[in-house]
Design a protein around this ligand. Structure first.
Ligand code: HEC
Length: 180
């Protein structure tokens, strides 16, 4: 063992250092890729999040037909109290802030005589089907933008069905229940 072996060990040490350095560079390069991968991955859930965020704006309205079959008109009479400040429902009842609602279920929209409906409701036309009443009573201003009915809506689907079942009795001939 002389000066030669130190040279060899020296060479080995240099080689190891270089290998280490290369390893670090490769490692760095691999790490450097991560931000790109993350940036890409973030975009995907972002898209999903937007869908999730958009969902509440257009919620599917629970179908009214099965709820009408189970509706309770007596409970609807109680629930109608929040409507009664603005609406009468008996035949010949007077218009208040809102129109009289006799014959409204299945009847023509905007038909109460002597009531000044909004342009939006007058222009809508057609009959008050169960589905339309369900959507209107959930969120009046979503179903009929420009309506003069200043009322936030009835959140619970069964409450809406109960109210409709109660109103349905106040008609010359109660509108047939929706097919199941
Ligand atoms: C703050 C007063 C107010 C309350 C409370 C209110 N409404 Fe109304 N409602 C109105 C007005 C005003 C109109 C007329 C809307 C228009 O012309 O756009 C109306 C219209 C309606 C119509 C359409 C009538 C037609 O002739 O076409 C129905 C059905 C109705 N309301 C049901 C209800 C029910 C059921 C409730 C309770 C859950 C309720 N409203 C609560 C004021 C009210």
């Amino acid at each position: 063992m002389g000066g030669e072996s130190y040279k060899i060990w020296g060479a080995v040490l240099v080689a190891m250092t270089v290998a280490l350095a290369i390893g670090i560079v490769i490692n760095e390069a691999t790490h450097a890729e991560h931000p790109e991968i993350k940036a890409y991955l973030v975009e995907v859930p972002d898209g999903e999040n937007q869908q999730v965020a958009a969902a509440p704006a257009t919620p599917a309205i629970e179908p009214i037909a099965p709820l009408m079959a189970a509706a309770d008109a007596a409970a609807g009479k109680k629930a109608f109290k929040r409507c009664a400040t603005c609406h009468s429902f008996e035949k010949g009842g007077s218009n208040k802030v809102g129109p009289n609602l006799f014959n409204v279920v299945g009847g023509n929209k905007g038909a109460a005589s002597g009531f000044a409906y909004s342009d939006a409701l007058s222009a809508m036309g057609g009959d008050w089907s169960y589905a339309d009443l369900n959507a209107f009573l959930l969120k009046p201003k979503d179903f009929l933008p420009g309506t003069r009915m200043n009322f936030a809506g009835v959140k619970k689907a069964q409450d809406r069905a109960n109210i409709i079942a109660f109103l349905r009795q106040y008609a010359d001939a109660p509108f047939p229940l929706p097919p199941q």
